[in-house]
Structure formats: structure tokens, C-alpha cells
Design a protein around this ligand. Structure first.
Ligand SMILES: Nc1ncnc2c1ncn2[C@@H]1O[C@H](COP(=O)(O)OP(=O)(O)OP(=O)(O)O)[C@@H](O)[C@H]1O
Ligand SMILES: [Mg+2]
Length: 226
């Protein structure tokens, strides 16, 4: 698994208060959960892993590369799925959107089509392949956003609340898919049961990393905080 290292990371946006303070942690497990209250710094933390946010103080490294100057290289390794799928869907149709992520992989048209078809099938989107992406429901868009990232075969997959809009059946589908993925997964979620079987869970509270533990203990710590 890739090694993600935060060293003495502190960050504020503009003149605002610190939203992350003095975070030092190394992550190399296969399944890592991130929990904490609204505004506690979870999204900021995971955005730092692929250089979407560069810390004001301290460093973030992925396999030794710093996000401050190697973000391009890191982004080839680290796939990111946003909470709001609209911020990530870029192409007119569902199939085109999935294919878009494959453009830099220098593979044949036939292989692109095969990979797109396979992933749409897996995520239950096959019937929607030629639909304009903006006409999908919120949950369908969330599935599409995830499919479009997974199809690029990243080494690390960051999921920032990927199930907020999903019904029970699709939440189960995503959970099953996440379980089967042979890569490092970092999952930010308020759905605490999704962390069953995870290797490790971090708890953020008011910008600080307050617990780093087995999911069961971490969930107990989080519940005690609120
Ligand atoms: N681009 C930004 N500009 C200014 N402030 C920001 C920005 N992004 C986040 N913040 C602030 O940083 C703090 C932490 O936000 P963050 O999105 O990391 O929280 P979170 O733990 O992901 O919360 P939630 O559970 O609601 O998604 C919040 O107070 C938020 O208002
Ligand atoms: Mg968030």
C-alpha cells in the first residue's frame, strides 16, 4: 500500500481560524476511515492527500513525494471522489464521462469501450450509458462519479462521503464494491457502520486529530464527543 505522511500540518483558509492544527500521522493500511463532526476538518484533511489543498505549515507526502511540488504525479496515484458528484461529472453522457478518465492511459479505443462497459455494469449504470449525465438522479450521479474514478485504477481511492445520496440497495452495492477493491481506500463518512472491518479509523474534532484507533474504539470516542 502507498505511504501517506502528514508532518506537523497546520492550515487556515485566508485570514480565518486554523481548520487543521498540528496533524502528524502516517497512513499505510488498506482500509482507513475518517470520522468527526461537521466542520471538524475531514474534507480538508483528505483534500491535502492529493494536493487539492496545500498546507500553510508542515508537509504532506505520498510515497515520499510532497504535495507542494509533485501534485501531478501524486494525482495519477490518488483517485478522489467528491461528496457532490456534480463537481466531478464533466462529460455530456454517462459513458463519455467514464471514458474521460481513461484518456491519459494510452489504451486503444476498443479497450476503453470494454473497460467503460464493464464498470457501468458493475455499478448498475449499464442502462444509463447514453443518458445525458445531468439528467441522472443524485444517487445515480454519485455512482457515476465513483465509477469514473475507479475505472482509472488508482492506487489510493479517497471517498469523501460517497453514500450520502444513496438508497439502501445502492449503499450496499457501494459497500460491496469498496470491500472488493484491491487498493488503499480512505473513506470519510457519517455512516459509521460502513467502517466495519476497516483496519484503522481517525477521529477529527475542531481541527485536531483526537483519536486514531480500531473502528470500534474510534466510533466510541466520536460518540462521546457529541
Ligand atoms: N475553501 C474554503 N475556504 C474557507 N473555509 C473553508 C474552506 N474549506 C473548508 N473551510 C472551513 O474549514 C473548516 C473545516 O471544513 P471541512 O470541509 O474540512 O470539514 P468536514 O469535517 O469535512 O465537515 P463536513 O462533515 O460538514 O463535511 C470549516 O469551518 C469550513 O468552513
Ligand atoms: Mg466534508
Amino acid at each position: 500500500m502507498p505511504l501517506i505522511e502528514f508532518a506537523e500540518v497546520t492550515h487556515a483558509f485566508g485570514d480565518g481560524p486554523a481548520v487543521l492544527e498540528d496533524v502528524t500521522v502516517s497512513l499505510h493500511e488498506r482500509r482507513i476511515g475518517i470520522i468527526g463532526g461537521n466542520g471538524s476538518g475531514k474534507s480538508t484533511f483528505v483534500r491535502m492527500i492529493n494536493g487539492l489543498v496545500v498546507p500553510e505549515a508542515g508537509t504532506v507526502r505520498v510515497d515520499g513525494d510532497s504535495t507542494a511540488n509533485q501534485a501531478r504525479r501524486i494525482r495519477r496515484k490518488v483517485g478522489f471522489c467528491f461528496t457532490n458528484p456534480d463537481s466531478q461529472i464533466v462529460m455530456p453522457t454517462v459513458a463519455e464521462d467514464v471514458a474521460f478518465g481513461l484518456r491519459r492511459l494510452k489504451i486503444s479505443k476498443t479497450e476503453v469501450q470494454e473497460r467503460v462497459a464493464a464498470i457501468l455494469e458493475t455499478y448498475g449504470l449499464k442502462q444509463l450509458a447514453d443518458r445525458p449525465a445531468h439528467t441522472l438522479s443524485g444517487g445515480q450521479k454519485q455512482l457515476l462519479a465513483l465509477a469514473s474514478v475507479v475505472v482509472t485504477e488508482p492506487e489510493v481511492l479517497i471517498l469523501d462521503e460517497p453514500t450520502t445520496l444513496l438508497d439502501l440497495s445502492n449503499e450496499r452495492r457501494i459497500r460491496r464494491e469498496i470491500e472488493q477493491l484491491d487498493l488503499q481506500v480512505i473513506l470519510v463518512t457519517h455512516h459509521l457502520h460502513l467502517l466495519d472491518g476497516f483496519d484503522r479509523t481517525l477521529v477529527f474534532h475542531q481541527g485536531r486529530l483526537v483519536a486514531d484507533d480500531h473502528p470500534d474504539q474510534a466510533r466510541t470516542t466520536y460518540r462521546a464527543l457529541i
